[in-house]
Design a protein around this ligand. Sequence first.
Ligand SMILES: Nc1ncnc2c1ncn2[C@@H]1O[C@H](COP(=O)(O)OP(=O)(O)OP(=O)(O)O)[C@@H](O)[C@H]1O
Length: 327
Amino acid sequence: MMISFAVAIVPMAKPSFIRAEQPLAPDLAADCTALGRGAASRCRDIVFVVNPRGANGKTGKEWKKLLPHLRSRLGSDFNICESLTSGPCHAIDITREAIREGADAVIAVGGDGTLHEVVNGFFWGGKPVSNNDQSVHTTALGLIPLGTGSDFARTFGRKNDPHDAIERISKVSAKAGYYASRYKKFGKLCYVIGALQAFFGHYNQDLKIKVDNGGWDVYPLVTALCIGNAKYFGGGMKITPNGHPSSGTFEVVVLQDFKWYEFVLNLHKLYNGTHLSVKNVSSRSASSIEIEEIVSTNSIFVQSDGEYLGFLPKKFSILPGAIEMIC
Ligand SMILES: Nc1ncnc2c1ncn2[C@@H]1O[C@H](COP(=O)(O)OP(=O)(O)OP(=O)(O)O)[C@@H](O)[C@H]1O
């Protein structure tokens, strides 16, 4: 069985962010290449955190093609700092360092995994990271979606066109400055293949769920539980169709006693968001949720934005308005 939750981010003015109550990543030694090379004072206004290995390496290639356009579009308003990630979790460190150094905006360039890491770089020990001089200046978050799925951007109705993303960044540039695996070679189909493969050796599990500090509800034979403050995951599956980053809540969708053939038969509904009317599918909205096994096996896998997040039990909660996002 798998628990997944779509994203942990934000839109417009003061949106919300989903937080896992346990640390999302270790605080690795800060070795942000771009800022650590002594270029911080030159490059700290807008930092592009680029995952060159995203989408099977396509992100790196697309980014190289995009750079000249980006420089000509934003170069007059911003000092542009490009920082390539060297491996998993590096984006977290780069982001934290950029915020501490007073960056006006940090832009994730890659897929949902990269965005996930950048968002987590905005926090440390459950609290927002602040810049070194402790001023009211804040750092905005932006996204150039160049990953395999890039599902978060879909919630905003985006076609995941990087040029559109640059236009959005250029339009709000003044404001930003002010406010202060494995099947990826199959592209988006990798998510369907991965989900089908997950059914083999899969077993349903009885769970208990506590929503918004209420009582515990028992959910027998859970096949999958998905939490989202955005609508999409799995390369365009509208899994939490009522989720939206500005709602201040997330949507919880539970699939119970689902067979692999039901997954196949209902695949089109998962993609267009009409699966909530299917038998054994339920949905509710929440601002915090605790999930535990009825009988503990410590084997219920949790993933977030395609990233491994450990095993149950887990608690997730919304942090309303935690990050200013360029969108
Ligand atoms: N230099 C690197 N080499 C290998 N892996 C990296 C590197 N930099 C970052 N990563 C890891 O790659 C993961 C996936 O990247 P990303 O989300 O950008 O692309 P994707 O998986 O193709 O897109 P999506 O998540 O939208 O499907 C990130 O979460 C990160 O942990």
